[in-house]
Design a protein around this ligand. Structure first.
Ligand code: HEM
Length: 419
């Protein structure tokens, strides 16, 4: 059945953001791009007169992400008593979310953002990310060693999930025996962070995660070693350094932002290739195309449906709409990346496409800090997989593939494959 027969297109966006759109996401976005580049969402924000908007096209999404004079990530930059964020997520107890989200790099505006980003960027350089290649390769091979003789695996459980969690945990200095705990907690947190959801279990995960990281930091202060936490502890820039709360919140963000997204890239990227056997064939015959294939996977259906909501700092016109101070704006990255004005045959997967720019990692000052790492991981994950398992096939009927939705992102619960 055609999705447009069922609900209004703008209502469909709300469905996507709360994870209820199933596989109709791109149909909904295409309908909305036809309506306009900026679409009014059919709900006023609770307890406020402000309006919410979705940005469906690339030029306007870029403007929202880059124009700091008009748009911010923290509503408290508009009004320090704002409770807009809580009214969106339905959270009544904001103390735990404050700790995890509100003080994080992704959720603060200038000048604090610049200060934190400058400090953490000193440890997080593209050169350092590249230097991790041999470690990532080793981890990918170890995971495939464990399943190679079975001739089949669940690609999500056996490869896409453990690879990024092992890489980021390793990098940060989490002992191997605790990697699975980290994964469990961050899954619990992600499950409770969708628009309009408030899962009590996520508060518990948040607490345990926070306590664990606090203890880890205390241990690294006593015994520094060759890892990111020890580096973050010692970094100083012109007499400035991260305080305890900033340090813990930064480490949580890196772990959290660093693996769910990358794991989704690996699992959904594999499914994209299985769904497009002609593209898979081209890639199998020429592994040098893998970096370009990864960019196309990110464009075609990157892990993040939307960037974090932005708020208008003042009244502004955008895409022909009058946005009022305090209004909330969702830059829909997945929709912008299918913008017909910027990509020829935008709804088609073409791993040889020459991409000038896509928005899968966002843009502007909040653009993904971990993009170079995600690219290294994506490159190695697909190279290792195709080298060792060139006869990869889906092991269940296509219609039985199960999706899961969290944090306004669409991932896979499992992906049984044979090889
Ligand atoms: C394919 C994998 C990834 C995708 C698609 C992705 C996507 C994004 C996007 C869209 C943003 C911007 C959000 C916004 O503007 O509201 C972002 C920010 C961020 N990402 Fe990623 N990410 C990925 C991997 C990673 C990794 C591996 C790390 C770290 C290890 C990471 C750390 C961060 C951080 C710290 C920010 C906040 C930056 C800031 O606010 O200055 N991400 N990511």
């Amino acid at each position: 059945m055609n999705h447009s027969d069922q609900i209004a297109p703008e209502q469909g966006i709300l469905g996507v953001l709360s994870g209820k759109s199933g596989e109709h996401t791109f149909q909904i976005f295409a309908q909305n791009r036809k309506i306009g580049s900026v679409v009014k969402l059919p709900f006023p924000m609770r307890e406020s007169n402000n309006q919410a908007w979705a940005v469906t096209q690339l030029d306007e999404a870029l403007k929202v992400l880059k124009d700091q004079e008009h748009f911010c990530v923290d509503p408290k930059s508009i009004d320090k008593n704002s409770n807009i964020k809580d009214s969106l997520t339905g959270k009544s107890d904001s103390s735990s979310s404050d700790f995890f989200l509100s003080n994080s790099l992704n959720a603060i505006d200038e000048p604090d953002h610049k200060r934190l980003r400058t400090l953490v960027s000193k440890a997080f350089t593209p050169r350092y990310m590249e230097s991790l290649r041999p470690r990532v390769e080793k981890l990918a091979n170890e995971l495939l060693d464990q399943v190679q003789d079975q001739g089949e695996m669940d690609l999500v459980k056996d490869y896409a999930n453990p690879l990024p969690i092992n890489v980021i945990s390793d990098m940060i200095g989490v002992p191997k025996s605790d990697h699975s705990k980290i994964h469990e907690w961050s899954e619990g947190i992600a499950n409770g962070l969708g628009v309009g959801t408030a899962d009590p279990k996520s508060a518990e995960s948040l607490k345990l995660f926070g306590e664990y990281i606090k203890q880890l930091v205390a241990n690294k202060r006593q015994q520094p070693s060759d890892d990111l936490i020890s580096q973050l502890i010692s970094i100083e820039e012109q007499g400035d350094r991260l305080d305890e709360k900033e340090l813990i919140s930064m480490i949580q963000l890196l772990i959290f932002a660093g693996h769910e997204t990358t794991s989704t890239l690996i699992s959904t990227g594999t499914l994209m290739l299985l769904d497009h056997p002609d593209q898979l064939e081209i890639l199998k015959n020429d592994h040098s195309l893998i970096p370009s294939a990864v960019e196309e996977m990110l464009r075609y259906s990157g892990p993040s449906t939307t960037a974090g909501p932005r708020y208008a700092l003042k009244d502004v016109e955008l895409g022909g709409q009058q946005i009022k101070k305090g209004d909330m704006i969702f830059p829909l990255l997945k929709s912008a990346n299918r913008d017909e004005k910027h990509f020829t045959n935008s709804e088609e997967l073409d791993i040889t496409r020459k991409i000038k720019r896509h928005l899968a990692f966002g843009q502007g000052v909040h653009m993904c800090l971990g993009a170079p790492l995600a690219r290294v991981e994506g490159d190695i994950a697909f190279t290792t997989l195709l080298k060792r398992m060139p006869n990869l096939q889906l092991n269940i009927p296509r219609e039985d593939v199960r999706w899961k939705f969290k944090l306004a992102a669409q991932g896979l619960s499992s992906l049984p494959v044979s090889f």
